[in-house]
Design a protein around this ligand. Sequence first.
Ligand SMILES: Cc1cc2nc3c(=O)[nH]c(=O)nc-3n(C[C@H](O)[C@H](O)[C@H](O)COP(=O)(O)OP(=O)(O)OC[C@H]3O[C@@H](n4cnc5c(N)ncnc54)[C@H](O)[C@@H]3O)c2cc1C
Length: 348
Amino acid sequence: MEKVIIIGSGPAGWTAAMYAARAALSPLVIEGNFTQENQERGTLPMGQLALTTEVENFPGFPPGDITGYLASAVPASRKEMLAPHDPELNGVSGPELVELIRAQAVHFGTRVVTDDVADVDFTSKPFKLIGAGGNTYETQTVIIATGASANYLGLESEGRFKNRGVSACAVCDGALPRFRNKPVAVIGGGDSAVEEAEYLTKFASKVYLIHRRDQLRASKVVAKRAMGNPKIEILWNRVPKEFLGNDKDGITGIQVSSTVGAADLTVDVSGVFVAIGHTPNTGFLRGKIGLTEKGFVARPVPFRSNTSVQGVFTAGDVADDYYRQANTAAASGCMAAIDTERYLAALE
Ligand SMILES: Cc1cc2nc3c(=O)[nH]c(=O)nc-3n(C[C@H](O)[C@H](O)[C@H](O)COP(=O)(O)OP(=O)(O)OC[C@H]3O[C@@H](n4cnc5c(N)ncnc54)[C@H](O)[C@@H]3O)c2cc1C
């Protein structure tokens, strides 16, 4: 039986593993699996960072050429997972960053299994986790760090320009040179979309907020602020029809159709931020643990990583529909490992 199993392989899972390993808990990480379904849902092992290019805001990675460091820090067996480092990056790439955190966790004794957890039994101790292939894992404690997936519209042209103008995170990508002093668009009308639009006005020359209705869903105060911002133009009753661009420049525009019968419109933009929500990876937990209305893992104790089940803790985006950053995920992984360690110590 394991002392602790960590489900998930993004910055939250690996950081939890690193702390648990250094606390002599010999953690096992179930990292997910390389299946077609995970590929389509964007939930392959190594998490969301593996889907992005440049990460400029993770502490410890100012601009500089880290080729030599990567060569020495990433184990030979994992080198093939990484493309050659681009010295022009203003920091580290997403895949490199999460590979480095993994290496740090493995260095201290973390063990890794490539499997998806398909079901759990938290009704009695030891807890049981059932893998997609039928393997059963028994453990005293669990840290759930399965992340969330940004929702996209699903247009073929949207997929073609991901990381080349199409983003699902303004806080992550808004300051990149690609978007500076250029017009961009945000899709959505909820609080996140409107906040992202406002945030982007710091960098972009103009922000089009494309919303399918004639009223924003965002709270009144947020909506009012956006409507009074001279850099934001709201395109009401509009939905994206086609993302326009080319191989050299990435996104150059977006074609939007009308939900009320007006003619199509083409807007010139160098970036499109899709802000239509996130789906937490909690399907296998339904009915087994407390979830929020939106399906994220509920944390009943403020400022702690506890869940509704004693001995099960959580970290990262799977329990956070607000901050959703690699930094906050890593920090909450640390918290979950410390909470787990103290829980096990109290049991003894
Ligand atoms: C395009 C993009 C760019 C971003 N850029 C930045 C940035 O520049 N800076 C920043 O701070 N943040 C950035 N973020 C956000 C950041 O990537 C996330 O906040 C962070 O990855 C969340 O970490 P996590 O460990 O909670 O979960 P995730 O990274 O989502 O990882 C969880 C992983 O767990 C595994 N998993 C899921 N279900 C199961 C299961 N049932 N069984 C086993 N394993 C499972 C999967 O491999 C899944 O991908 C970006 C996100 C995206 C999408």
